[in-house]
Ligand binder design. Structure first.
Ligand code: GLN
Length: 566
C-alpha cells in the first residue's frame, strides 16, 4: 500500500474510500449486519457512509420473490424493491438507501442486454469480462458519485466459491486498479466453528476460504470471524499467519443475543480504529456510542413485556416481516419493555386456541401481504381487536382488512371486500385505481416509495406524529374506494390521513371514544423506524398495548434473565 500522510476527516472531500465485504465458509453469517455495523462505527467517527448490496441472482429485483425465499422486500425512499439488508443499513447508519444501493446480477444483465439491443456496443462481442464487470464497477462508482460520501461499503451477496458471485468478485478485484489500492479495503467474513467433541474452535474453514478468495486475486485486508465465543490470542495469531495479516486485522465477532450489540463488539475489537488509522491512515474524532449503549442496555434490562399477535401468511419465517419486528423492538426500547411477538398463521384464525390467544393478546398487528389466502382469518383477527378493544395496527393489507371488516360488521355492507380477494364483491371497499387496471407486468409496477401524507387535524394520527405532513413509503396497488368512502365515514370510520389532494386514503382510525387504539395505514411505517427513533405508529401500538396489559393485569414482571430477542 502506498504511504501517504494521515488526513483529517474533513480533508477527505472528493475522495471516497471503498470497503468491500465478502463472506466465506457458509451463508447466513450476518454479512449485512457486519456491513451495517462497520457503517455505524464510521458514522460515529464523523464520516458519511453509504452502503450497497450486490445480489448474485438473476431476478432484476427481489420484488417478485416470495418472502419465503429471501425474507421481506424492503422499500427505499425512492421506490426500489430491495433486499432486506438495506433495512439493516438504514437502521444502523440512520441514512436512507436508494435505488443504487441494491444491485442484482439480473439488473446488471438487463442493462447490458438492453444496451446491446440498441447497438451501443458497435459490433463487439459482449462478454462477462469486460462488459458485465464494467457495469458492476460503474454501479459502485455511481454510488460514490451520487452521494459524495467518505465511504462506500459494498457487500457482495453469496459465499466465496459460488459460481454466481464470480463476476462480482472479479469486478471488485479490478476496482482498485481503477481507483487506487490505497482507496480500497477488502474485509472477509468467515465462520470459526466450535467442534464439540474436540472441544476446539477450528480455523481450517477460514484458511480455505481466504485461499479461495486469493485464488480469485483478492487478498483480504481484514478477516472477521464469527464464532460462538471470543477467539483466543493463539487462534487469532494462527489465522493472521495464514492470511498474511497483522493480528489486529483478525476480528473476533462472537455471537451476541442482540444484533444492535454488534457495533459495540466491533468497537471493542478495534475494527474502526484499524480501518481508519491502520488501513486508510486517516484521522478521525473519537466515537460516541452512548446512544447505542443506552439502546442495547435498555433492551436487555427491560422487565415488563407485552404480547403482540402478528397475524400473517409467512409466519414460519420471521425474516418475512423483518422491518415490522424490528420496529416493534424499537418501540419496546422506547417504552422500556420487551415486545414478545406471537406469530399467528392467518389461516388458523377461527380455531379455538388461536382465537383464545388473540383475545389474550395485548395488541394485534396485521402487516402487509398479497393474495386471498388467509384473508378471512385476518378479518376475524381485526374483528376481535375492534370488538374487544385490543390495540390494533394494520399496515397496507392490514388496512384493507380493517376497512373490509368495518364495512361488513359496522357499516352494514355485507360481503364487503377488496377486489384483490373477491372481484365480484357487492361492496368493493378496496379497489384498483382506474390507471392501475391496465398494467400487466408484475415487477416494479406498484405504487412504490415515499409520498407525502396529509394528516388531518384533531385526529389520533396527527397527534402521534406531531406534524401535518409526513413522508412514508408505499408498496401496493389497491386503494380505499372513494365511491364508498362517505358511507364508511358516516358509520364512524375516520379517514385521518390522505394524499395531499385527498384523493387517496392513507390512514383510517376509530375515534378514542370508540376504541383505545385502532389505526391502519396504507403506507408501511416500519421501513422508517430506527432503534433511536421508533416509527410513531409502532410506538403508539406498544404504548397502547402496555396500557391494555395494565388494565387486564397482564403485564408480566420478569424475574429471570430476558431471553435473547432474536
Ligand atoms: N395486496 C395489497 C395491494 O397490492 C397490499 C399490498 C401490501 O400489503 N404491501 O394493494
Amino acid at each position: 500500500m502506498a504511504q501517504h500522510p494521515r488526513r483529517a476527516a474533513t480533508s477527505t472531500a472528493g475522495e471516497t474510500r471503498f470497503i468491500f465485504i465478502t463472506g466465506g465458509v457458509v451463508s447466513s453469517l450476518g454479512k449485512g449486519i457486519a456491513a451495517a455495523s462497520i457503517g455505524r462505527l464510521l458514522v460515529t467517527r464523523g464520516f458519511e457512509v453509504q452502503l450497497q448490496k450486490f445480489d448474485p441472482y438473476i431476478n432484476v429485483d427481489p420484488g417478485t420473490m416470495s418472502p419465503y425465499q429471501h425474507g421481506e422486500v424492503f422499500v427505499t425512499e425512492d421506490g426500489a424493491e430491495a433486499d432486506l439488508d438495506l433495512g439493516h443499513y438504514e437502521r444502523f447508519t440512520d441514512a436512507n438507501t436508494s435505488r443504487a444501493s441494491n444491485v442484482t446480477a439480473g439488473g446488471i444483465y438487463n442493462t447490458v442486454i438492453r444496451r446491446e439491443r440498441r447497438g451501443d456496443y458497435l459490433g463487439a462481442t459482449v462478454q462477462v469480462v469486460p462488459h458485465i464487470t464494467d457495469e458492476i464497477k460503474q454501479r459502485i462508482r455511481l454510488m460514490a458519485e451520487s452521494s459524495e460520501v467518505d465511504f462506500v461499503i459494498t457487500e457482495i451477496g453469496g459465499t466465496v466459491g459460488d459460481i454466481e458471485s464470480l463476476p462480482f468478485l472479479e469486478a471488485i478485484r479490478q476496482f482498485p486498479v481503477d481507483v487506487g489500492r490505497r482507496c480500497c479495503m477488502f474485509i472477509h467474513l468467515t465462520l470459526v466453528p466450535y467442534i464439540g467433541h474436540a472441544g476446539e474452535l477450528k480455523t481450517k474453514p477460514t484458511q480455505h476460504s481466504v485461499n479461495e478468495l486469493r485464488r480469485i486475486g483478492i487478498a483480504p485486508d481484514m478477516v472477521v470471524c464469527r464464532s460462538e465465543s471470543l477467539l483466543s490470542g493463539e487462534i487469532r495469531r494462527k489465522i493472521a499467519l495464514f492470511a498474511s495479516l497483522p493480528v489486529q486485522a483478525v476480528v473476533s465477532a462472537r455471537d451476541v443475543p442482540d444484533i444492535y450489540q454488534v457495533p459495540l463488539v466491533f468497537r471493542a475489537e478495534g475494527v474502526d480504529d484499524y480501518i481508519l488509522h491502520e488501513h486508510f491512515e486517516l484521522e478521525a474524532k473519537a466515537p460516541d456510542l452512548r446512544c447505542w449503549e443506552a439502546i442495547t442496555g435498555r433492551a436487555s434490562e427491560a422487565r415488563r413485556s407485552v404480547r403482540i399477535a402478528l397475524v400473517g401468511k409467512y409466519v414460519k419465517l420471521a425474516d418475512a416481516y423483518l422491518s415490522v419486528v424490528e420496529a416493534l423492538r424499537h418501540a419496546g426500547v422506547h417504552h422500556g419493555c420487551k415486545v414478545e411477538v406471537e406469530w399467528v398463521d392467518s389461516e388458523s384464525v377461527g380455531e379455538e386456541d388461536v382465537d383464545a390467544m388473540l383475545t389474550r393478546a395485548d395488541g394485534i398487528l396485521i402487516p402487509g401481504g398479497f393474495g386471498g389466502r388467509g384473508f378471512e382469518g385476518k378479518i376475524r383477527a381485526a374483528q376481535i381487536a375492534r370488538e374487544l378493544r385490543i390495540p390494533y395496527l394494520g399496515i397496507c393489507l392490514g388496512m384493507h382488512v380493517a376497512v373490509s371488516e368495518f364495512a361488513r360488521h359496522v357499516a352494514g355492507m355485507e360481503g364487503a371486500n377488496s377486489t384483490e380477494m373477491d372481484p365480484e364483491t357487492p361492496f368493493a371497499v378496496i379497489d384498483l385505481l382506474p390507471e392501475q387496471k391496465e398494467i400487466a407486468d408484475m415487477g416494479g409496477t406498484m405504487r412504490l416509495g415515499a409520498d407525502p401524507v396529509k394528516l388531518h387535524d384533531s385526529t389520533r394520527v396527527r397527534e402521534l406524529y406531531g406534524e401535518a405532513v409526513v413522508y412514508e413509503r408505499h408498496r401496493h396497488r389497491y386503494e380505499v374506494n372513494n365511491h364508498l368512502r362517505r358511507r364508511l365515514e358516516s358509520a364512524g370510520l375516520v379517514c385521518s390521513g390522505t394524499s395531499p389532494d385527498e384523493r387517496l386514503v392513507e390512514v383510517v382510525e376509530l375515534r378514542p371514544d370508540q376504541h383505545p387504539f385502532f389505526l391502519a395505514s396504507q403506507y408501511h411505517p416500519e421501513f422508517k423506524s430506527r432503534p433511536e427513533r421508533p416509527a410513531p405508529l409502532f410506538r403508539e401500538l406498544v404504548g397502547a398495548a402496555l396500557a391494555h396489559a395494565r388494565t387486564t393485569e397482564r403485564t408480566t414482571e420478569r424475574t429471570t434473565e430476558p431471553a435473547p430477542s432474536r
